[in-house]
Ligand binder design. Sequence first.
Ligand code: XMP
Length: 522
Amino acid sequence: TILILDFGSQYSHLITRRCREINVYAELLPCTQKIKDLAWKPKVYDDDAPHVDPAVFELDVPILGMRPFIKLLHTVEMAWNLGGKVDKCQHREYGFAQLQVSKLGPGHESADSLFQGLNEGIDVWMSHGDQIHELPKDFHVIGKTKTAPYAAISHKTKPLYGIQFHPEVTHTPKGREVFAQFALNICRCKANWTMESFIGKEIARIREICGPKGCVIGAVSGGVDSSVAAKLMHEAIGDRFHAIMVDNGVLRMDEAVQVHKMLSEDLGVNLTVVDASDLFLERLADVEDPEKKRKIIGNTFINVFEEEASKIDHATKNERGEAKGEIEWLLQGTLYPDVIESISFKGPSATIKTHHNVGGLLKDMKLKLIEPLRELFKDEVRALGRLLNIPAHLVNRHPFPGPGLAIRILGPVTREQVKILQHADHIYIEEIRNAGLYDKISQAFAVLLPVKAVGVQGDKRTYEQVIALRAVTSEDFMTADWFVFPPEVLRRISSRITNEVSGVNRVTYDISSKPPGTVEWL
Ligand code: XMP
């Protein structure tokens, strides 16, 4: 295992990800983590600046300090009195730089091993405002850039390394090799973190948790996380896992039918689809405020899910009323980034972010949470999905918000408005797929605007609605860029929507980035 101590870098999760990519299990913890609670046992300075416990350096394990490892070096000084000096640098270094690797030769194999197999000049991404001015005792330079004479350093005898560039970002093309050198050759980690091995281990863990009789219920939405989690539960405990899909009336076109076909008919998951669209739409009538829409949908979901779960609970009793197996667990598709977010150094919070739908369920139904994906990043979930035979078009699907089309219909939500938006959205996504662009876009959807625009059809004037199209690329949805379509694709989409969707005579394309816009319109 590679233990990643987070000093608040925005890239910490990427570092974890890069280790996983070379099949080495890596776990991220805040730098202030009380390590006494873990198998690794250092203890923590309680200072205003973040510091790692100096005992980390006594663990006798290889250490790779990355930007902002400067802070780590302060700790090194304290821990070992090595006497390195760190200061603000005169020229801040942001962006590409050439790292000149210095090979030290025989007798320095440990120092040379970090960049083994790489050229003497490596393109790296720098981003720092402070740097080392004096080497700590017993360290030597293994790489420098034009402005950073100590851009990479290593201890003379111990496997301790410090690098001032970011190996985890794609702008450092050989970053993966640096991780591989450190994790596989220096730490001698086994490259055994694969989704193939994860499936077996996780199924065994689920079986142990649930025991021979325990039942689990869980909501599925048609998204990749809940589908993969459901299929994994099915593999582990068969029909003792009950999936519930609530059709809230604001799903994409034919979503409920398709999810039923895929999960139940093709993959054998024990699934109940509840059509609660009347109830949702009734409660949403005349509501325009997006937060109210979200609340209504969240609460109604809980009502419907609980009712359905109690029916399932009944059904798990035999004719004499004896429990064949009790529903004790609620499945949730929490992913590792949610876990990281809750423990990250910048945003310490005791609880893991819980989907708005689930918090209430746990309390009301006295269920315990089971989270089989909580160790996984999104692309690992996708890889797992492929291994579990979930179809490719679903595995690579764009995210879809819980409140669904209700937050993409800017005015009141009615069945007619839902139909118009479903139809336009369907055409939009179909044309994006036909053009081979779906996987290049992070999220694409149509929005129904609450205005009527003038148009002309035949020799008549029309006053009809306007569809806005949104397509963005994004790493993590915290920031996003609008997607540049080839004009002929937009032309085809617009022509199809205005011809085929009755009630719409105009189509616009949203060219706002986030910030200042958001991905959704509400
Ligand atoms: P924004 O609009 O905040 O969206 O830039 C970022 C990502 O979050 C999704 N989103 C939601 N997902 N419930 C959800 O489950 C919501 O209420 C919600 N609002 C936004 C959005 O689709 C995008 O992927």
